[in-house]
Design a protein around this ligand. Structure first.
Ligand SMILES: C[S@@+](CC[C@H](N)C(=O)[O-])C[C@H]1O[C@@H](n2cnc3c(N)ncnc32)[C@H](O)[C@@H]1O
Length: 251
């Protein structure tokens, strides 16, 4: 069992171990992304459920299962209000560290008060943890928002113990061309309209559509995961390929 990450019960409920990233370094502006998620935090869960037709809880459950968290110490990166972290605990993780760039997202989660979850305000590209600290690292609907996703994956690999798991759950392009066309129409047409009703920030959901359309395909993500230091990378498609879950083992 690896050593525990640097958390302490005497610290405030959200820990910020280092400075957060400067704006605008690698194309995607980390500070703008952070501000955007700070704004959507209050109605984040409601918007997700509405926009995914209630499927999002299932996607996160599959993500947590793929990490095989039982009795392990798991890092959930880009944790938001901790939906995957809660699943990881429910599935038996001994401790979950939920890390996110957005303080408001973490505050939403911390307010709900889950034992065995530590909240850390930090950047996926510069993890404030020693090498090989975790049995598994998960990220759901987060990697797409990181300015340099390959750098983040290398960080995940650094903090995963040899043999430990990484699980990346992210939006993808549906595999059927006919369904892909319908889905694209939903993304650029209906989704921003629905978001206007259920979310605290409609522009955030235009960004969501754009970032999904610009995201590389599942084969490219699998290659990134391998190049970061993981082996036996497998991809599981969910919801006709709207979502892809990549899983690998640390070499
Ligand atoms: C769509 S939410 C996903 C939240 C959660 N994982 C879930 O499945 O509901 C994306 C999250 O990524 C976080 N994020 C974006 N860039 C990040 C970075 N560089 N480091 C850590 N978190 C980041 C945002 O603050 C936001 O909470």
């Amino acid at each position: 069992m690896p050593s525990s990450p640097p958390t302490a019960t005497s610290l405030p409920s959200i820990v910020a171990p280092g400075p957060l990233p400067a704006a605008g370094r690698e194309g995607k502006d980390a500070a703008l992304v952070q501000a955007m998620f700070d704004r959507v935090a209050p109605r984040y869960d409601l918007a997700n459920a509405a926009l995914s037709f209630g499927q999002d809880a299932h996607w996160r459950r599959v993500t947590a299962q793929a990490a095989r968290p039982a009795d392990g110490v798991v890092l959930d990166v880009a944790a938001g209000p901790g939906n995957v972290a809660v699943e990881l605990v429910a599935q038996g993780a001994s401790e979950v560290v939920a890390l996110d760039l957005s303080y408001n997202m973490l505050a939403e989660g911390a307010r709900r008060g889950h034992e065995r979850i530590r909240w850390v305000n930090g950047d996926a590209q510069q993890l404030p943890f020693p090498d090989a600290s975790f049995d598994a690292v998960t990220i759901s609907f987060g990697l797409r928002n990181v300015p340099d996703p390959q750098r983040a994956l290398r960080e995940f690999s650094r903090v995963t113990r040899p043999g430990g798991r990484v699980v990346v759950c992210e939006f993808a392009n549906p595999t059927s061309p006919a369904f892909r066309a319908v889905y694209r129409r939903y993304l650029v047409g209906a989704l921003p309209q629905v978001a206007r009703v259920v979310s605290s920030s409609a522009p955030a959901y235009r960004y969501l559509a754009d970032s999904i359309l610009a995201w590389p395909d599942r084969a490219a993500i699998a290659r990134w995961v391998e190049e970061a230091g993981y082996r036996e990378v497998l991809v599981k498609d969910l919801a006709f390929g709207i979502v892809a879950v990549h899983r690998g083992f640390r070499r």
